[in-house]
Each structure stands twice: as C-alpha cells, then as structure tokens.
Design a binder for this molecule. Structure first.
Ligand code: AMP
Ligand code: ZN
Length: 464
C-alpha cells in the first residue's frame, strides 16, 4: 500500500511500526459552533482510511481530539454569559450527531484538551528542563532555534520565516527570544478558564495539546498523523518540534493532509463566511450523499462544492442503492447452482480494481469507479436468474465496497421519504397535465414494487 507522505513529498510503501497494528491520530475540530462541510472533509476521508485499513486486517487505534479550550470558544461563552465548557460540550454533542449522520465512526478515543492539562504541564516542564523552552512573565515559549529540523514538514526556511514574521509580532510578544518562538503556555486573562501550573494560572497553547494526547493514547511514535493541509504550518511543524525534541526520535512516520473543500474556488471557512454547516446540508440531503461527493475526488485535490456535484452524487448513490436492493429482492430466487470459476473471476476483477485504487494513496475516485462497474454488472446479471451463490457473492462484494467507503444502505425512513416525494411530484405533474411525467413516475415506482392507489383522500401507496 502506497501513502503520500507530506514529509518526504513522495508516495511510500506503508510499513506499520508494529505488524498488524496502526496507530493513527487525526486533528479534530475546535468546538465553538456547528462544523462546516470543510471540516467534514478530513472526518470523512480519514474515516475511510481507517475503514480500509481495518478491511485489510489491521487493528487500528484511531485517536481524534476535540479542541475545547480556545479563544473562539471563550469569546462565544462571554457573549452568551455561560461557562466555556457549556459551549464546548454543546458543540461536541452536535458534532457527534453530524459525524454519525455522515457515517463517520466514533474514534477509538476522542480526548478533550481540557481533560489532558496535567500531561501538557508535564511535557512543557520537560521541554524547559531540556532547554527547548523558556518562561517569561508567566508565558512559556518553545525555543525554535534549538530544533534543527524546524521547517522540514512545511519546507520552510527559518530565516525566511523570521524576516517575514518580524513585522507581524503581536504586542506583548517582544519578550520572545526569537520571533518564530511559539507559545506552549499562556497566563490567565480575566474571565478565561485557567489551570494551576508551575508558571502560574493559565492555559495551554494549541499545538502542545496534540503532542500530548497523541503520546498518551498512541505512544511516542505513531504511524499516521492526519488533518487538513492548513495544519501543516504551523500546527504540525510545531507538534514535530515539541514531540521529537522531547522523545529524541521520530514522532510520525506518515504525514497525510487533505486539500481544501472550496466554494467558488476559495477555501470554505468560518472567517470568510462562505460556508455551509453539515446541519444545513442535512436539511436537503441524506448525508451519505455528502460523503459520496467528498470521496468523488482524490483527497489531495481541491474539491469545489456545488449544487450540480451534489445532485450528481445523489443520483450516483441512488444507483448504488438500487443495485443493492435488486440483489436483495432476488434473494432466494436464484438457481440452486454453485458459483462457477468464471463467475467468481469476473466478480473478483472488480475487487482487484477497487483495492488497487485504494492502495494507491487512497484514490477514492477510482475506487468509486470500480464500485460503479460492479453496480452495472450486477444490474445486468440480476434479471438473468443466475445462481443463488453467485448473487450472494456479489452481495458480499457490494457490502465490502460500500462498507469501506461508508456508503450505508438507505434507511427505511429515507426510502419512504423518497417515495413520498415522487408521489408528490406525480400529483403536481397531473395538475400541470404533464401526463408523460406522471406515468413515468407511476411505472418507475411499480418497477420498485410500489403500488399507487388514487383515492378521494389523495394518493395511497403500498409495497407489493
Ligand atoms: P479547525 O476546527 O478549523 O481546526 O478544523 C478542523 C479540521 O478541518 C482541520 O483538519 C482542518 O484542516 C480542516 N478544515 C477546515 N476547513 C477546511 C476546508 N475548507 N477544507 C478541508 N479541510 C478543512
Ligand atoms: Zn492537532
């Protein structure tokens, strides 16, 4: 299996630290509001990576944090006159609902920054002791010049960064030894959550959180670390500086970063106010459609959000679901004949294609293409009354592929809603005397085993 490593900028063969096991950390959201669909891209993609690794037989320890102490959370808490934890708890709960609706499985563990402060204080103290950090007036900074590999992930040169950032120095940070030094611990401001530390009351910087949580739940050395490409610098660069300075050895073997979800070719973000929340999209679509849309591009390619692409993802999903349903309907109706070697070979070719795509740096776009080939093949086969064993073999293949991509079958409630929407469309078509469309809908529903009855109280329907 090949994975593109941001650190080396090439695809590398995946070799886990411990055979059969994968230790994986994905930076999670800051919980001050509903997540937007840009945040959903890494969630959906890395969940798919995890599912594929599990399909390959790996035991995956998947850790993803919630950043629940942050300026934006504090700001909102002050606006609403509540404790910061009220805001973060509310949006962690909402985020979990969105994840579930997008088919993103809960991580093995979802640590929260506020519950890991002790570990952060220990790591900061250790970095000070080893000479990698220093304290001035209650603030602790990381001493960037002591870490010779600083800039290796982002390909940035420390001198260039320094000259660029001198003019950007925030007031109050003149006390830094070097403009590139970053904060590990900051002193308490009035009205902010804070914790006791050897440097006085205060709270941790953002970067130290992930170094500590990843070490606690996965160990000092991990296989895969993921997130959106905006995290490469400074967040992941700083995580490397902290973790490797402390342990004295490599932190992450494979760095993976997804490209942005854009809108009008600009990054979707809260600050540009050009976002849709996952919740908003859920009012118009089953979120499995959003998932399929996200996986229709390779994760390292930018993806532009549009109504057309969502509609196309919607009809693609319907095609997959129809094939699954046809196979279900055919259950028990196939011939009692064993699966022939030729039939097995034909079906296996789709799996090979699918796996080859996933093994090539998780090319979900090509994997989906293989799934659609299988869907077409299934649709041709089912009416031909093939062997029951063959149909069962195809059911298994479809279940594997849709399971890896997290494209779950439609819930009965979704199906009912779809049927009712079509019936409503037919009623409107009849009112508009568009008999062709009305008939088309009736015969489509009949082909799906749905019978319509026009009554005085309106249209009634039942499953045949
Ligand atoms: P944040 O809450 O901003 O720290 O973001 C949580 C995760 O979402 C990080 O991995 C970000 O890189 C990712 N992310 C944020 N916006 C986008 C976007 N427009 N496209 C893709 N990933 C994004
Ligand atoms: Zn992180």
């Amino acid at each position: 299996m090949q994975i593109y490593n941001t650190m080396t900028r090439v695809k590398e063969e995946f070799v886990p630290i411990e055979p059969g096991k994968v230790r994986m950390y994905v930076c999670g959201p800051t919980v001050y509001d509903y997540i937007h669909i840009g945040n959903a891209r890494p969630m959906i993609f890395f969940d798919t990576v995890r599912r594929y690794l599990e399909y390959k037989g790996y035991d995956v320890n998947y850790v993803s944090n919630f950043t629940d102490v942050d300026d934006k959370i504090i700001k909102r808490a002050l606006q609403e006159g509540v404790d910061a934890s009220v805001i973060s708890e509310r949006f962690i709960a909402e985020c979990k609902k969105d994840m579930e609706a997008m088919g993103v499985r809960p991580a093995t563990i979802h640590p929260k920054a506020t519950e890991e402060i002790g570990g952060m204080i220990d790591m900061i103290a250790d970095l000070i002791e080893k000479g990698f950090a220093y304290e001035v007036n209650g603030t602790v900074y990381y001493r960037v010049r002591t870490f010779s590999r600083y800039g290796s992930l982002s390909g940035k040169n420390l001198d260039d960064l320094r000259s660029g950032s001198r003019s950007l120095l925030v007031t109050g940070e003149e006390e830094k030894e070097d403009p590139m030094d970053f904060v590990l611990w900051k002193p308490k401001k009035e009205g902010e959550p804070s914790w006791e530390s050897p440097w006085g009351q205060g709270r941790p910087g953002w970067h130290i959180e992930c170094s500590v949580m990843s070490r606690r739940y996965l160990g000092e050395e991990i296989d895969i670390h993921g997130g959106g490409e905006d995290l490469i610098f400074p967040h992941h660069e700083n995580e490397i500086a902290q973790s490797e300075a402390e342990s004295g050895h490599i932190f992450t073997h494979y760095w993976m970063h997804n490209a942005f979800l854009n809108i009008d070719n600009k990054k979707m973000s809260k600050s540009l106010n050009n976002f849709f929340t996952v919740r908003e999209i859920s009012e118009r679509y089953d979120l499995t459609v959003l998932r399929l849309f996200m996986l229709s591009a390779h994760y390292r390619s930018p993806l532009n959000f549009s109504a057309e692409l969502m509609e196309s993802a919607k009809s693609s999903l319907e095609r997959i679901r129809t094939a699954v349903e046809r196979l279900e309907d055919a259950r028990g109706r196939g011939r009692k004949r064993p699966l022939s070697a030729t039939a097995r070979k034909a079906a296996d070719a789709f799996t090979r294609k699918f796996e080859a795509a996933m093994e090539d740096d998780f090319n979900t776009a090509d994997a989906l293409a293989a799934l659609f080939e299988l869907v077409r093949y299934t649709n041709q086969l089912v009416p031909k009354n093939r062997s029951e064993e063959e149909l069962e073999y195809l059911r298994g293949k479809l279940a594997d592929m849709t399971g890896i991509l997290g494209l779950r079958p439609a819930e009965k409630a979704d199906l009912d809603a779809q049927i009712e929407a079509l019936i409503e469309e037919r009623t409107q078509a009849r009112k508009a005397k568009n008999w062709a469309r009305a008939d088309e809908i009736r015969s489509y529903l009949a082909s799906q085993g749905i019978l319509l009855e026009d009554t005085k109280e309106g249209v009634k329907w039942k499953r045949a």
